[in-house]
Design a protein around this ligand. Structure first.
Ligand code: TZP
Ligand code: MG
Length: 206
């Protein structure tokens, strides 16, 4: 995948939104986010038919803007609707199996140390997500904030591999994260909770 597509990686699920999630996604796409991940988790998360329908509407919006549409964790859903890819953590399905199911799609893997990174790269991940860099309220089981130390090491070991940073990232913190070696920032709350998504996305792009 092109490293540039990770520049402003918007992640959202309905439980992250205080306004209509599809309106939020539309505003984020209009503003120029470069990739989108549907991450439907937590209390009140959509399931079954409701999730399927919501995912299809998100996918349609992403298509309109030519932005890759990624699904978190739910490999079966990603296959069912022919999403552009999946993002998985260390506790999700095995990478080799997913790679065989998603021959030419995007696979992202969350990694927290060198061993996990090596395994992800060797297993055919297209990009890795590294975090939480800063404290986050958007992931119930998040690890302690790790700062940029591992991110810097990962970049030094893999000069050309696509890496996105995640966790508590705001426009103000973006320069620091990019300087540490990330190709882009993955963001939930700074965009979902923004009063002015166009402005916020613009600030991330600067
Ligand atoms: N993985 C590590 S931190 C995080 C995920 C999914 C949540 C990021 O959300 P926010 O609101 O941008 O901190
Ligand atoms: Mg997961």
């Amino acid at each position: 995948m092109k490293r540039a597509s990770l520049a402003v990686y918007f992640i959202m699920g309905t439980t992250n939104c205080q306004r209509d999630p599809l309106v939020i996604l539309g505003e984020a796409l209009q503003a120029g986010v470069t990739i989108f991940q549907l991450r439907e988790k937590g209390e009140g998360a959509l399931q079954g038919e409701a999730l399927l329908n919501f995912a299809k509407r998100c996918q349609q919006l992403c298509r309109t803007y030519g932005v890759p549409f990624i699904i978190n964790d739910d490999v079966a859903l990603a296959l069912a609707i022919d999403a552009d890819g999946v993002h998985v953590g260390q506790d999700d399905s095995e990478l080799a199996k997913i790679r065989s199911q998603f021959a030419d799609k995007i696979i992202g893997v969350s990694v927290h140390n060198n061993e996990e990174m090596q395994t992800a790269v060797a297993g055919g991940a297209d990009y890795v997500g590294i975090g939480p860099i800063f404290a986050t309220n958007s992931k119930a089981d998040a690890n302690e904030p790790a700062g940029v130390t591992f991110l810097q090491k990962a970049r030094a070991s893999y000069p050309d591999f696509p890496i996105v940073a995640i966790g508590g990232i705001t426009p103000e913190r973006t320069a620091q994260v990019l300087a540490a070696g990330a190709d882009g920032v993955a963001v939930i709350s700074a965009i979902c909770q923004s009063d002015n998504i166009a402005q916020t996305v613009n600030d991330f792009k600067k």
